[in-house]
Design a protein around this ligand. Structure first.
Ligand code: UD1
Length: 375
C-alpha cells in the first residue's frame, strides 16, 4: 500500500468522515468536535450515508450530541445487505472523486463502514478505521465480516483495547499501522454523563434508582427466530414481575415481533427507541442491563453497571476481564439462571479499561495530523 499523500504546507488536511447507523453517531461526535477545534489544520466533511434515517434512530443523536449537520446525506435507507452496501459504494464514490480527501475516516462495523472503505481504497484514498481489530470469531455476524474486510485494507487502525492488536497481528496486519488510542464512544459518554444524570429519566418513567432493568435486543440471533423471541420474552416477562424491565425496542425488533408473533405484546415496559441522553440516564441508574448490542457492553463497563450480554461471544473481551460484563449466551434457561445469580450477588468489579479516559479522539487526530500534515 503506498504511503498516504501529505497535505502541502498551504492546504488543510481534508478529512471525509463517514457515519451511517445509530452506533456510529456517538463515535463520530468527539472526532468532529476535535477537527473543529483544529480548524486551522483540518477541513472536515461529514457524510451521513442515511443507513439509519428515522428521527429516533438518527436525528435525535445529532441534536443530543451537538454533531454538526452532515455536509452530505447519501440517503441510502434500508435494504438487503447487498443493496445497502452497493448504494453507499456508488454514491460515496462520486463524492470522493469530487472532493479528493486526504483521508476517509470510518468508525465501527456497520455496512456503511465497509462500503465507504471499499470505495475509498479503490480510488487510492487511505482509510482510517476507528475501533479496529475487534473480533467475535463468529462469521455469521454481518458486523464481523465488515470488521475483517475494513481492517484488512485500512492505513490507520485505531484500537480500543489491547487484544485488538493481537487479533490484527494474527491476520498479518503490520503493527506500524496499529495505534492503541482508547475508546471514542467513552469520550462521548464521559462528556454527557452529568447532563444525562440530571435528566432523571427513570424517575420520569415512574421507576426507582437501582430498582429496574434495561433491555435491548436487535441481533438476528435473537430476533429473527419466532421461537427464540417467544422464549426470551417468557423469561424476561418473569423478571419484569419482580423488577421492572424497560425495553426501548429497535425498529428491527418491533418489526420482528409484528411479523413473527403477530399482535403479541411482551410483558415489559416497552417503548420505541430512546435518544442518547435518555438512554444513558436510564443505564446509569439501572440495577442491571441485558443486551445483545456491542456498544452497550462498553458503556455499562464505563458506568460500573452490571451487564448480561445475550450472545454467545463478544468482540469486546475487556468488558468481561476488567469490566462489568458477563456473556450468558442466547439460551433462555441459561439467561434466567444468570439473572438469578446476579440478583443474589450483585457484581462489584469496577476497573476502567486502559485509555478509556475521554481523550481517544484527541489521540487519533494527533496521529492523523502528524502523518498527514507538514509540520
Ligand atoms: C445496524 C448495524 C448493526 C448495529 C445496528 C444498530 C449493519 C450490518 N448492522 O443493524 O451493527 O448494531 O444497526 O442499530 O450495518 N429501520 C428503521 N429506521 C431506521 C433504520 C432502520 O425503521 O432509521 C428498520 C428498517 O426496517 C430496517 C431495519 O430497521 O430494515 C434494520 O436496519 P439496518 O440498518 O439494515 O440494520 P440494523 O439491524 O439496524
Amino acid at each position: 500500500m503506498p504511503a498516504p499523500e501529505r497535505a502541502n504546507p498551504n492546504e488543510k488536511i481534508r478529512v471525509l468522515a463517514v457515519a451511517g447507523a445509530r452506533p456510529n453517531f456517538m463515535k463520530i461526535a468527539p472526532l468532529m468536535h476535535e477537527f473543529k477545534a483544529r480548524s486551522d489544520r483540518f477541513d472536515p466533511t461529514l457524510v451521513h450515508t442515511g443507513q439509519h434515517y428515522d428521527q429516533a434512530m438518527s436525528d435525535s443523536f445529532f441534536r443530543d450530541l451537538g454533531i454538526p449537520e452532515p455536509d452530505v446525506n447519501l440517503g441510502v435507507g434500508s435494504g438487503s445487505h447487498a443493496v445497502q452496501t452497493a448504494q453507499v459504494l456508488m454514491k460515496i464514490e462520486e463524492l470522493l472523486i469530487e472532493q479528493r480527501p486526504h483521508v476517509v475516516l470510518v468508525v465501527g462495523d456497520v455496512n456503511s463502514t465497509l462500503a465507504a472503505t471499499l470505495a475509498a481504497i479503490k480510488l487510492h484514498i487511505p482509510v482510517a478505521h476507528v475501533e479496529a481489530g475487534l473480533r467475535s470469531w463468529d462469521r455469521d455476524m454481518p458486523e464481523e465480516l465488515n470488521r475483517i474486510l475494513t481492517d484488512s485494507v485500512s492505513h490507520w487502525l485505531f484500537t480500543t483495547e489491547a487484544v485488538a492488536a493481537e487479533n490484527l497481528a494474527r491476520e498479518g496486519v503490520s503493527q506500524e499501522k496499529v495505534h492503541f488510542v482508547g475508546n471514542v464512544m467513552i469520550d462521548t459518554l464521559l462528556t454527557h454523563r452529568e447532563q444525562a444524570k440530571k435528566l432523571g429519566t427513570a424517575r420520569r418513567l415512574g421507576l426507582e434508582t437501582n430498582r429496574y432493568a434495561v433491555l435491548t435486543l436487535h441481533r438476528p440471533s435473537n430476533v429473527d427466530s419466532p421461537e427464540q423471541l417467544r422464549r426470551l420474552f417468557e423469561v424476561l416477562g418473569k423478571l419484569n414481575q419482580e423488577l421492572p424491565v424497560v425495553f426501548p425496542a429497535h425498529p428491527r425488533t418491533t418489526n420482528a415481533i409484528e411479523q413473527h408473533l403477530g399482535g403479541f405484546k411482551p410483558d415489559l415496559h416497552m417503548s420505541g427507541p430512546l435518544g442518547y441522553l435518555d438512554f444513558l440516564s436510564l443505564m446509569t441508574d439501572a440495577q442491571m442491563v441485558l443486551t445483545d448490542s456491542g456498544g452497550i457492553q462498553e458503556e455499562t463497563t464505563a458506568l460500573g453497571v452490571p451487564c448480561l450480554t445475550l450472545r454467545d461471544s463478544t468482540e469486546r473481551p475487556v468488558t468481561v476481564s476488567e469490566g462489568t460484563n458477563t456473556i450468558v449466551g442466547t439460551d433462555p434457561s441459561e439467561i434466567e439462571k444468570a439473572i438469578e445469580k446476579l440478583r443474589a450477588a450483585p457484581a462489584t468489579k469496577q476497573r476502567q479499561p486502559a485509555l478509556w479516559d475521554g481523550n481517544a479522539a484527541a489521540r487519533i487526530v494527533d496521529i492523523l495530523e502528524k502523518d498527514l500534515g507538514n509540520s
